[in-house]
Design a protein around this ligand. Structure first.
Ligand SMILES: *Cc1c(COP(=O)(O)O)cnc(C)c1O
Length: 392
């Protein structure tokens, strides 16, 4: 334990608690939703995406929970995330997909991580890494089917596939996967979805023509897996839904999907006080008491991941009652309406919603963002802990 790290010191007034039982439930529930209507031998696989510290939930504990719930794959963005999982003892299938030019792939190859090539130049770097490691790289090829982000452009795809075939013949790589990523999966009626599906099929045809037989072909994130059955292929890459947050609450809420949000952010009121009519609250006095008002001080702010856009918009559950945030959210603290509450009373900033506390979806609506950003950025000086670690 690093005593210089303030987030490791006990701090019951500001906590992030992650329910690993909820993560396991969600992974199992999603497998059922995605693959449950197929005969057992035709079901595909599940990847739980644990990038960005598992969307703020904790890389290693979440990875362990995902494996307990049967995830065949884990997904990481950066090589560092993938290697951290190996160092923590994870030995299952693991894919990463975001390396910059000049990256040394040898450690990833040695660690049996599936790596992704976006271009022939990157494939050559993977081959170099494989030669240093002294074993073939497990290589996945990414096609840009319309997101215009990572992956080979359509015009460069044949060259990448051909080069991968040669590298496989030379014994430097094994092509284990071919994949792409959807731009508009959270808008089920968007025409880009069908266009990307068709482009992916075209890309897969070139892979088959080259005589490559990847273990997995995959295209779907959470929204794709839930709402585009044609995008499921052999494997779905589940990020946000694994954490119990709907990728698009306007399509279906997490409740409607049978998912349980895993993150709770809670604390205690540091003090309460009575304001007189006309008293301004917090920086800029953007909120002024219209009448005598009892307020409470919550010891968390944007330095702890509480979005400042929630100023005078967000609500918290204080002593069991929903109450508005008053005025601007500061770096370390915020002020909340607190009629009848006392210093030391419990404050729920975020949670599954079962006690009436706000959810990530609520914060997203208040702050004009998405639940992904709310949970991923949550954390700072709160003590983070995990519950439900051992039960199965
Ligand atoms: C983040 C990410 C995912 C997971 O997306 P969700 O919408 O969170 O399910 C899947 N695939 C790739 C390539 C990603 O970057």
């Amino acid at each position: 334990m690093d005593a210089s790290d303030p987030t490791l010191r006990p701090r019951p007034d500001a906590e992030v608690v992650v329910d690993l039982g909820a993560v396991r439930h969600n992974v199992r529930r999603l497998r059922e939703l995605v693959w449950g209507d197929r005969p057992a031998d035709e079901r595909g696989q599940v990847m739980v995406v644990v990038k960005a510290d598992a969307y703020g939930h904790g890389l290693v504990p979440v990875a362990r929970a995902a494996r307990q719930a049967g995830a065949e794959w884990l997904g990481a963005a950066t090589p560092a995330e993938a290697l951290a999982l190996r160092e923590a003892g994870d030995a299952g299938r693991l894919l990463c997909w975001l390396a910059a030019p000049g990256h040394d792939f040898a450690p990833l190859v040695s660690a049996d991580v599936d790596v992704t090539a976006y271009s022939v130049a990157q494939l050559e770097e993977v081959v170099r890494g494989a030669r240093v490691a002294g074993r073939p790289a497990r290589l996945q090829l990414k096609l840009d089917t319309g997101l215009s982000r990572g992956g080979a452009a359509r015009d460069d795809w044949l060259a990448l596939v051909t080069a991968a075939r040669h590298a496989q013949d030379d014994g430097d790589v094994r092509v284990t996967g071919v994949w792409s990523h959807l731009a508009c999966a959270d808008e089920p009626g968007h025409p880009a979805n069908a266009a990307q599906l068709a482009a992916f099929e075209d890309g897969l045809a070139l892979v088959a023509d080259a005589g490559l037989e990847p273990e997995v072909r995959h295209l779907a994130n959470s929204a794709g897996a839930l709402w585009h059955p044609g995008a499921r292929h052999d494997l779905v890459r589940l990020g946000i839904a694994s954490y119990g947050v709907s990728p698009a609450p306007e399509v279906a809420t997490s409740d409607e999907l049978g998912l349980v949000p895993a993150m709770t952010v809670r604390g205690r009121l540091v003090m309460v006080k009575e304001l007189a009519e006309g008293d301004g609250v917090s920086y800029g006095h953007t909120w002024t008491a219209p009448a005598p008002t009892r307020v409470g001080l919550v010891p968390m702010g944007y330095g702890d991941g509480v979005p400042r856009h929630g100023s005078s918009r967000a609500e918290l559950l204080v002593a069991g009652v929903r109450r508005p945030v008053l005025g601007r959210i500061c770096m370390d603290q915020l002020v909340v309406e607190a009629a009848g509450a006392e210093a030391g009373d419990e404050v729920l900033l975020l949670g599954p919603g079962s006690a009436g506390e706000p959810t990530a979806a609520d914060w997203a609506a208040w702050c004009d963002t998405i639940g992904y950003e709310v949970v991923t950025r949550m954390g700072g000086r709160q003590v983070r802990s995990w519950v439900g670690e051992d039960e199965r």
